[in-house]
Structures are given as C-alpha cells and as structure tokens.
Design a protein around this ligand. Structure first.
Ligand code: FES
Length: 148
C-alpha cells in the first residue's frame, strides 16, 4: 500500500512536473517555488481573507499562518471557479503540491483535482474542501462549519 513511485510512473509524470515548474517560474507573487506561492492570510472569526488578485494572477496559492499544520490551497480555474482545499493528503497526511492541473502527493503518488476529488490513489477520500466567497477585491475562505 505504501509503495514508492516507480521509475516508469515518474517518467509518465515528468511532463506534468515540467509544466508545473514552468508555471511556477512565471508566478508574480512567488515567495517559494516548490509548486506554488505562499500567502499569509488575514484571519477572521469564520475563516481567512486574501487578495483575490493574488490567486487570479498565479492560478493558485497556498495560504498558511503559524497556527496551521498544513496550508490551504486556493485555486482559480480558467472557467472562473474558486476552490480551496486543505493540503493534507487523506492517505497519510503528506502535503500535496500543484503539478499541472492537479495536486500530487509526493509521498505515495495520490492525485487530487483542485476541488479535492481523488483522481488516483492510494488515497481513497477527498481532500477537505472549504467554501470560497469573493467579496469585492478579497476572497473569503470560510472554515466555519468545516467543508464546503
Ligand atoms: Fe500517501 Fe499522500 S500520504 S499518497
């Protein structure tokens, strides 16, 4: 169950990795380049707030403050959909990273859509998803009441 990614699988994913790195290199709000930028959100009673433009420009960012064990990945699709998921793999808790059009877990290769759905195991459960509300120039990521 906890097998590493084999060479053939690594080679299969290489184009996705390359695309992810290219997107990373052109990200204007870049603060770290493992796959996406990190933003420190403004914390509120029912969630977090970040500038919408930061996500719109890059396509996706991690938000994390010192209280959070794992960040939340906020994504803006080309069709205009906002999603926010807890970046904690439901298989064994590693942090998935954005690669191409998905989140890929570096530990055992699970893959998730940006909406958190499992695309490939060994993970069997979706990532925890949060509601995203656009309010003016800000995005509110609602963590009250848990998943969206
Ligand atoms: Fe095992 Fe993510 S922790 S696939």
């Amino acid at each position: 169950m906890n097998e590493p990614i084999h060479r053939r699988e690594f080679v299969r994913r290489l184009p996705v990795l390359t695309a992810g790195l290219a997107a990373c290199a052109s990200t204007p709000v870049l603060t770290a380049c493992a796959g996406a930028a990190y933003l420190t959100p403004v914390s509120g009673l029912d969630g977090f707030s970040i500038p919408a433009e930061a996500v719109r420009e890059s396509g996706g960012v991690f938000i994390q403050n010192p209280d959070m064990r794992r960040p939340i990945y906020v994504h803006h699709s080309e069709s205009g959909e906002w999603t926010a998921v807890l970046a904690s793999c439901t298989h064994a808790g590693c942090q998935p990273e954005p690669l191409g059009n998905r989140l890929v877990c570096p530990c055992h290769g699970s893959e998730f859509s940006f909406a958190g759905e499992v695309l490939q195991g060994p993970a069997e459960r979706a990532l925890t998803r949060y509601r995203v509300v656009e309010e003016g120039r800000r995005l509110m990521i609602r963590i009250d009441g848990g998943a969206a």
